[in-house]
Design a protein around this ligand. Structure first.
Ligand SMILES: Nc1ncnc2c1ncn2[C@@H]1O[C@H](COP(=O)(O)OP(=O)(O)OP(=O)(O)O)[C@@H](O)[C@H]1O
Length: 673
């Protein structure tokens, strides 16, 4: 039974929303007509109008167009609010006021005020709404306009409204846990990651609203909402800093295209502009000169996953180690002492001693080598000017620069990189026909940044990186230079895709000094049973399940590939939901693909859109995604034995929301089970 006060508020809000919708629609129709009339007028009187008049009219057209666009966006938001105006309600009494002066606040996807300017709905990101996510009944406070407002929360309710009808109102004396969360989590997998504003949990809310940290690193177990939190944090920032932050200046680095598509609708759902996401290979293509080519990071990862003992895997492992970037940094630091040869130069009859030149070269050590030379040219010219008292012709900047360059021990970043690799004493650098292996690209770019400028993404205001555990320290060292802005970095050290340690907490803290490191330990994706099963594959840390119960995961034994394929089909016939068959490698995928007799989609490097239904994929591409049901085939001794392979099983099994089947080779079962 919904109380009358709640019902009256709802009806009044709905009326106000509908009124606002009608008003905006009328305005838009009128504007549309004015636009067309003016356009027609310009065409009809083209010959009589002078160019200034045409210019003025065009300006007016563009203004009407812009206003129309803003109003159409506003109307779209109101339409969404009419469907579901708010999801939360709380009552608050400010300290020093009487209980009768209690004020009610309604929390919704967007804010809305009535004709008198009264807030009927508060945007979930408004400062006051922090209390909805943060506090239980009792004392509470919020901060706004640099002030803190204390008081008491006397009521808190969760309200579900769909298609302009109240479904239920729940008094919650606890946090926003329970019912709403349970309901949300029991839903089926969808093609896109959904917003979680109705049930953001306290520890997630803290990250979303954290404004102080320049670099935030979120380490969260599988399914803890890291990606969702990172995107809601962006939505929060776009709201809070709307005068200075622009959606097109936010950069998301995502593991692959399909993941980018999967997360693409969260921000538009929250009323913000979509944000493009890019893969590391796209960034590399932009940073590296077009005169060279490179093996993509994605291809190399695929190769290493299939051949973890290959020489290429060994080279990549070495360069993925924190030790490697430290060694490279030390090499470059030491190179500063010898890169400029110890020779004096005589320019326009003035002698510049080796000590002087070395001193200047080192004074500018924070700059790339090429910039240092430019600055030294200025110094040299100043000395020449003072010594020559303005008499005689001075050499040009270009000439002096050339003479300095001739004294460099290495004249290209490639020579420096080659020399560094030689110093390691092994055959670790494979560069032929101007082609880099992926494992050399970022070390090389690091050296390039030392020698000459690196391209930077100066316009980017906020950098978001997902799946942090898949990038190496040297990649981070370059990305830190290239994206010198606020950063939100999320991932899970237990979900490493490569068969060696890439980034560690220690390394990331060294590369991004002063970062704020937060951990999320509760998983929301998988049922209690699946989480408890997947826990045994976790390589470090702990994972807390949510109390949503479901079917026990099944380990089914097969004696032949034929039988295994039959089992897959049996599983598929039992479900109409989104089911992913997640293979370890592409070779396994190819085997299953041959025999699969139901319609299915493949998710691989070429996939641009995430689909539902039966999906066939590999662990590499299933990362970050979720499915109602997961089938993990070929779980045998050959494929899943090492600690690294344990981690792969953790990634695969934690993709499942409701059901999980692990197909085990009866003759040689994986010892990890
Ligand atoms: N507070 C919440 N309320 C409702 N659903 C939530 C909440 N937090 C997370 N979820 C849901 O949990 C699922 C996992 O979220 P998400 O993909 O962001 O997790 P993740 O930590 O990035 O996972 P992984 O590392 O395994 O890829 C999603 O379906 C998301 O909507």
């Amino acid at each position: 039974m919904i109380d009358t006060k709640e019902m009256t508020y709802f009806e009044n809000t709905l009326l106000s929303l509908e009124k606002a919708y009608k008003r905006l629609s009328t305005k838009l129709t009128d504007q549309d007509q004015s636009f067309k009339d003016l356009q027609k007028y310009i065409i009809d009187y083209k010959r009589e109008l002078d160019k200034f008049e045409v210019y003025d009219y065009q300006q007016t057209l563009s203004m009407i167009d812009k206003q129309g666009f803003a109003q159409a966006v506003e109307r779209e938001k109101i339409k969404k609010l009419i469907d579901s105006p708010y999801f939360g309600h709380f009552d608050f009494v400010y300290d020093g006021e009487n209980k009768e002066d209690v004020e009610s606040f309604y929390v919704g996807r967007f804010g809305f005020t009535d004709d008198d300017g009264k807030y009927l709905i508060y945007d979930w990101r408004a400062p006051i709404c922090n209390m909805y996510y943060e506090f239980e009944l009792g004392e509470g406070y919020y901060e706004a306009l640099d002030r803190r407002f204390d008081g008491e929360l006397t009521a808190k309710r969760q309200i579900k409204i769909e298609k302009s009808e109240i479904q239920y109102v729940l008094d919650s004396s606890l946090t926003i846990q329970d019912e709403v969360l349970q309901q949300t989590l029991s839903a089926h997998a969808s093609e896109k990651l959904k917003t979680i504003i109705t049930s953001i949990q306290r520890e997630q809310n803290k990250i979303v609203r954290n404004e102080s940290a320049y670099n935030v690193v979120i380490q969260g177990v599988a399914g803890s909402g890291k990606t969702a939190v990172a995107l809601h944090r962006i939505a929060y920032y776009l709201y809070k800093f709307r005068d200075t932050l622009r959606a097109e200046r936010i950069f998301i680095l995502s593991p692959n295209k399909v993941f980018g598509d999967y997360i693409s609708s969260v921000l538009p759902e929250l009323g913000e502009q979509p944000i493009s996401s890019f893969t590391l290979d796209e960034v590399t293509g932009n940073l590296l000169s077009s005169a060279v080519t490179f093996t993509s990071f994605e291809q190399e990862t695929k190769h290493i996953l299939m051949n973890s003992k290959s020489d290429l895997a060994k080279r990549a492992k070495l360069k993925g180690d924190f030790w490697f970037v430290q060694k490279l940094q030390a090499f470059l630091k030491e190179l500063d002492n010898r890169l400029l040869k110890n020779e004096s130069i005589s320019i326009a009859d003035v002698e510049f001693t080796s000590d002087y030149l070395q001193g200047r070269f080192k004074a500018y050590r924070k700059e790339p080598v090429i910039t240092r030379l430019v600055l030294m040219v200025e110094d040299i010219l100043n000395v020449l000017k003072s010594k020559r008292n303005g008499e005689g012709k001075l050499p040009s900047k270009n000439e002096i620069n050339k003479r300095l360059k001739k004294r460099l021990l290495f004249t290209t970043p490639l020579d420096i990189y080659r020399s560094f690799m030689n110093s390691l004493g092994e055959d670790l650098f494979h560069f032929s026909k101007k082609h880099f292996e992926s494992n050399d690209v970022y070390p090389y770019l690091y050296v390039q940044g030392y020698f000459k400028e690196l391209k930077t993404y100066e316009l980017v205001q906020h950098f978001v990186l997902d799946e942090m555990q898949d990038y190496t320290p040297v990649q981070y060292a370059v990305l830190a230079k290239v994206f010198a802005c606020k950063r939100t970095i999320v991932g899970d050290f237990s979900q490493v895709l490569l068969p060696y340690e890439t980034i560690s907490k220690e390394a990331i803290e060294t590369i991004f000094p002063g970062l704020e490191y937060v951990e999320l330990k509760t998983t929301y994706r998988s049922s209690y049973e699946i989480t408890m099963y997947a826990k045994k594959f976790m390589r470090r840390g702990d994972i807390h399940p949510i109390a949503r119960h479901g079917k026990e995961p099944e380990e089914i034994f097969y004696t032949s590939v034929k039988q295994m394929i039959k089992m897959i089909h049996e599983n598929l016939s039992n479900t109409s939901k989104t089911t992913a068959i997640i293979c370890k490698t592409e070779q396994d995928l190819e085997v299953i693909k041959q025999y699969l007799q139901v319609p299915f989609h493949i998710i691989d490097g070429k996939t641009e859109k995430f689909a539902t239904g039966v999906l066939l994929t590999t662990i590499q591409y299933a990362k970050g995604l979720e499915f109602d049901t997961v089938i993990v085939p070929f779980v045998d001794e050959e494929r899943f034995t090492t600690e690294f392979e344990r981690g792969l099983l953790y990634i695969a099994t934690t993709r499942a929301m409701h059901e999980l089947t692990v197909l085990v080779d009866a003759q040689k079962p994986s010892p990890l089970l």
